[in-house]
Design a protein around this ligand. Structure first.
Ligand SMILES: [Zn+2]
Length: 300
């Protein structure tokens, strides 16, 4: 008969891992945000679901691809804009304030770590709530561009669509023919969301910062990522090559399963708040410095 582990056992394993490795780099992915109502791209076997994604090089050279993207985004983004951090995001912010983790690196573009109170999270793939001009590099809030989209395309109002993690959504092709694109109000140029699309690379300067953070870390904790995208998987390879232990909290298979020292098949929003609680108590018992941790507006 298989041993039955409880959620408390899992939390204790993660707490012990973080206790042994106080500078663990935390790498988060889409699985962390599913409890905030943002659907994951991948199923439990790591396979991609739904329609193929829009590729960055196609977006830049094709008006038709831009219309497809912005029409779907016009419907999908407002859902993303309403998403709020869950207990997993808040626990990570709490661990940071307790100085129980090193840097936080996310593959998510939803901005929920910042909303949860984490500071200095490196958003590897950018942030869906900002938009950049491809011609003059001006940056706009996505909410401003939403105003343009709705003003230019009243025919789309009320369109129903299923949101996807990058603010994308399904829209009928018939609605695209007369769709008007948003544009840069500084130079009239082409706007693109400030995120790394499929087929594009993480900007080199940002990738260099992330790699330096992995070098400084003493371990790696993966949260809610199947690591199928190489920009995430590379941190596991780096950690493994340097002999740094790797733990993962993820429902389902990850690309790095062979490299993991600890694998917890659970959700972050269930495991991490309990691990934070254990570490908070542990800090009290050992007389370690315990700064106040505002969680849910309160002070622990
Ligand atoms: Zn411009």
């Amino acid at each position: 008969m298989a041993e039955a582990f409880t959620i408390h056992d899992y939390a204790a394993r993660i707490a012990a891992f973080l206790d042994r490795h106080p500078r663990a780099l935390v790498l988060t992915g889409a699985g962390l945000s599913t409890a905030s109502g943002i659907p994951d791209y991948r199923d439990r076997d790591g396979a991609r679901r739904g329609k193929p994604p829009i590729h960055g090089p196609d977006f830049r050279k094709s008006d038709a691809v831009q219309r497809r993207y912005w029409a779907r985004s016009m419907i999908g983004w407002p859902v993303l804009a309403q998403a709020r951090p869950n207990h997993g995001h808040r626990a990570i912010a709490g661990l940071e304030q307790l100085a129980r983790i090193g840097s936080v690196l996310t593959q998510n573009v939803d901005g929920l770590h910042g909303q949860a109170g984490s500071h200095g999270v490196l958003e590897l793939h950018g942030n869906i709530h900002t938009v950049m001009c491809l011609d003059c590099s001006a940056v706009f809030p996505r909410a401003f561009v939403q105003g343009q989209l709705e003003e230019f395309n009243p025919q789309m109002a009320g369109a129903d669509a299923t949101p996807l993690p990058d603010g994308d959504a399904s829209v009928e092709p018939a609605a695209l023919a007369d769709f008007r694109l948003p544009y840069c109000t500084c130079c009239g140029g082409t706007l693109m969301p400030n995120v790394v699309f499929f087929g594009d690379n993480v900007p080199p300067a940002r990738a260099a910062i992330a790699l330096a953070q992995m070098e400084r870390a003493d371990a790696l904790l993966v949260v809610g990522s199947s690591l199928m995208v190489y920009s995430g998987f590379r941190f596991c390879r780096m950690a493994h090559a340097a002999g740094k232990p790797i733990a993962a909290i993820n429902l389902g298979r990850t690309r790095a399963d062979d490299l993991l020292d600890i694998k917890i098949e659970e959700t972050a929003e269930r495991v991490l708040p309990l691990a934070l609680e254990l570490l908070t108590k542990g800090s009290e018992h050992t007389g370690r410095d315990t700064p106040s941790i505002p969680l849910d507006g309160g002070i622990l």
